[in-house]
Design a protein. Structure first.
Length: 106
């Protein structure tokens, strides 16, 4: 009985994952929440609150899911008008930002 309920919950969860999540990454709630906070403070002035209304900056909702390395690289080294963050974020914080951008608003 319990088992059945669990697999129904699991199936519902799997079906709710958007098709673009083929790279099958899973992020914890904490990670996404941490990323959301870091984003709100550091990134939203240019990329828009909740990644809406990015203006001239990149629309992060459209960032390709498979390109985590490109993400980390662009954040650390910057890109054109995007400032380089260097070691401002530790690896865990970068991962949290990535989690938020991949999963936070979708
Ligand atoms: C001062 C404004 C500004 C801030 C602050 C800023 N960005 Fe950006 N960001 C930009 C602009 C402008 C671009 C477009 C760069 C281009 O392609 O010319 C960009 C592009 C990007 C890209 C795409 C780079 C690529 O590989 O094409 C990512 C990812 C990104 N920003 C993440 C972040 C994150 C995460 C933060 C917060 C830690 C942040 N940005 C903060 C202005 C900003």
């Amino acid at each position: 009985m319990k088992r059945g309920a669990l697999s129904i919950a699991l199936a519902a969860f799997v079906m709710s994952v958007p098709a673009s999540a083929e790279e099958a990454q899973s992020f914890s709630h904490d990670q996404i929440a941490t990323g959301a906070e870091l984003y709100a403070v550091n990134c939203s002035p240019c990329h828009g609150a909740r990644m809406q209304d990015p203006g001239a900056a990149f629309n992060l909702r459209k960032f390709p899911p498979g390109q985590r390395e490109r993400f980390v690289n662009s954040v650390i080294h910057g890109k054109n008008q995007m400032p380089p963050w260097g070691d401002f974020f530790d690896p865990e914080q970068l991962e949290a930002l990535w989690a938020y951008i991949m999963a936070g608003e979708r």
